[in-house]
Ligand binder design. Sequence first.
Ligand code: DON
Length: 321
Amino acid sequence: LLNKALSSNLIIPEFADFCKEIATIYKKLLPVKGGLNAQYIPQLARVNPDFLGISICTVDGQRFNIGDTDIPFCIQSCSKALNYAISTAELGPKKVHQHLGKEPSGIGFNQISLDKNGLPHNPMINPGAISCCSVLKSGMSLDDRFDYTIGEYKKMAGNEFIGFSNATFLSEKSCADQNFAIGYFLKEHGVFPEGTNLKQTLDLYFQLCSVEATAESAAVIAATLANGGVCPTTQVSCITPDAVRNTLSLMYSCGMYDYSGEWAFEVGLPGKSGVAGSIFIVVPNLMGICVWSPPLDALGNSFRGIQFAKMLCQKFSFHQY
Ligand code: DON
């Protein structure tokens, strides 16, 4: 980074000016009220709804953090994008897509549904994400699969904070009738690879939803995706470029639940949202962003997170088109 700065080769040369604009957006968002924390998991319902953090990491490692960016939160559904990236990088898209599709579903993230090919619609909503967990290092024991996956998250986060909330995991699991129903439905329809242990697959899914990051570490993960799979702070190669492309395509078309079409239209960037109120936003070849604010809108996306993304793309021409 220093070399690049000295030779004025930075990806955002006027980074300080850019950060000032982000700080202005942050200040505008700070008093905004709206939405409600996810209520169905007590651990998420209890988080202070006033938290707001915005973190940025560029593909050449410039950083900016404002607000509550060092407080751990559960990444929830943002794990879905990472699990898909990790499994496609390892197995290739052909193998992974024997068990899940690539189309937006047009229905809520926890609905029981299959696409016209008899597969879950995509890896960014529950049925596809549960199916994706069934292929994730399926030859290993559950403990090794968890260790392996969290290790991959950590690599993508440049060894910055990645934790685990056991309380969230337990509470997630204890109010998961809908996910069990999805799991049995997928099993009945022969979606999983042969020999899949459904209970272990669901455990892995709940555990990975309960992994914690901070806005700061999550921005590094998003920046790794913006940087073709190479972590910008460590230069470690984490995800193959092809798998990154596949992941970003599906984040773009399916990453924001039932708001995905509107998001692609208004914001025009790959994004993934989680019910703890985080949104991972990727500006390809430029930066990764994490915005975190727990209250959710009616579709399950962070209320202030969506406003942030809209304001960002009004100010800067990040929209892909
Ligand atoms: O109930 C679940 O499956 C969640 N904990 C999912 C997390 C989430 O962010 C929404 N899902 N797509």
